[in-house]
Design a protein around this ligand. Structure first.
Ligand SMILES: Nc1ncnc2c1ncn2[C@@H]1O[C@H](COP(=O)(O)OP(=O)(O)O)[C@@H](O)[C@H]1O
Ligand SMILES: [Mg+2]
Length: 327
């Protein structure tokens, strides 16, 4: 899909949230899942990280979802995709003898061997997502999930795992592995269904990294990408009428007595700090837009951090804003 012609995030069937660790992928995945459920969609949010965070972000009393998954809210299920469990399930389906497969997959030597083997975890995980996307529901009839949100792992190259099906298809000439990888590849490359949603911070290093990431997704991996989420943006700290508060304070006598307040010298420094945080964010948001060529959706930095459903809920509405090219 061409940049600039974005549909709503909720019109995708599969959204893969990517970015470096700490940028807000898990927060954005939870917020998108909530936005989808609120809009009446049947949503599955799947975490791939080592520990499970999303259920608790959406409901402090949520049980562990695990691989089997659980309902968190009406219309919203969460799960964590664990590669060995996905492998056991896949082999069980292929071979029809789940008990033997479970014993093999639990075997320590087998796990050590597989931990060293490249690529299978990604392929099996993406295969599980493909499988989930095919599931049907009887009541109401149709797809089991309208929207699947994947909180992708923060590996060195955040998107390398998305390339595995293509690599397998080009390396394996025939057989069930090739067929499996091809199905997964077709799902990922289907721009009517699948979107990569990159999350970045408006800071120097993350801005550079997101440009590399979006470039790889578009030019090497070939999955649709139509916006960048710039997270934790510090807004203007002062109302417009006193936009230059720090400068006004700096013009006062630095040691003036202000009663219970610290002297102007200290206030000016605090105000300057707040304003430069905001200006830094603005500068790197502009740079992200320039280097990626993609429109931006900004999410505010919440001063209290992300504690739970209240914060996720406020970010959920901001996330659905139309992506724009900032002036
Ligand atoms: N918009 C925001 N405002 C304030 N804090 C945020 C915001 N987004 C994320 N955080 C905090 O930043 C940290 C990293 O966010 P997280 O979603 O876990 O990132 P990732 O999954 O990419 O590692 C967490 O402590 C989270 O609470
Ligand atoms: Mg995370």
């Amino acid at each position: 899909m061409a940049a600039g012609a974005q549909r709503s995030l909720l019109e995708n069937r599969l959204v893969i949230v990517t970015g470096k660790g700490g940028t807000g992928k898990t927060t954005v995945s939870a917020a998108l899942a909530l936005a989808g459920a609120r809009a009446g969609l049947r949503v599955l949010v799947a975490e791939m990280g080592p520990d499970e965070q999303i259920p608790r972000l959406l409901d402090p009393r949520a049980p562990r979802a695990g691989y089997a998954g659980c309902a968190i809210l009406p219309g919203l299920r969460a799960m964590r995709i664990e590669p060995f469990e996905a492998l056991a399930e896949y082999l069980g389906l292929q071979l029809g003898v789940r008990a033997i497969v479970d014993a093999v997959v639990r075997n320590r030597a087998f796990r050590q061997l597989m931990t060293a083997a490249p690529g299978w975890r990604e392929l099996i995980t993406l295969g599980k997502i493909w499988h989930l996307a095919q599931l049907d529901s009887e009541d109401p009839p149709g797809r089991r999930f309208d929207l699947i949100v994947v909180d992708a792992p923060a590996t060195g190259h955040g998107v390398a795992f998305l390339d595995v099906p293509r690599v397998v298809v080009s390396a394996v000439r025939a057989g069930p592995l090739r067929a499996h990888a091809q199905r997964v590849e077709r799902m990922l490359e289907d721009s009517d269904q699948t979107l990569v949603l990159p999350v970045a911070l408006a800071e120097e290093l993350p801005a550079r990294e997101i440009a590399e990431l979006t470039d790889r997704v578009r030019n090497e991996i070939g999955i649709s990408i139509d916006r960048v989420i710039v997270n934790a943006v510090v807004g203007p700290p002062f109302p417009d009428a006193i936009r230059d508060l720090d400068e006004a304070l700096a013009r006062l006598d630095g040691d003036l007595e202000l009663g219970a307040l610290p002297p102007p010298r200290v206030l000016a420094r605090c105000a300057h700090h707040l304003r430069s945080r905001h200006e830094l964010n603005r500068r790197f948001t502009a740079e992200i837009q320039h280097t990626t060529g993609l429109p931006i959706v900004e999410l505010p930095r919440l001063p209290e951090g992300i504690q739970g459903p209240d914060q996720i809920s406020s970010l959920a509405s901001a996330l659905l804003a139309k992506p724009v090219f900032l002036k």
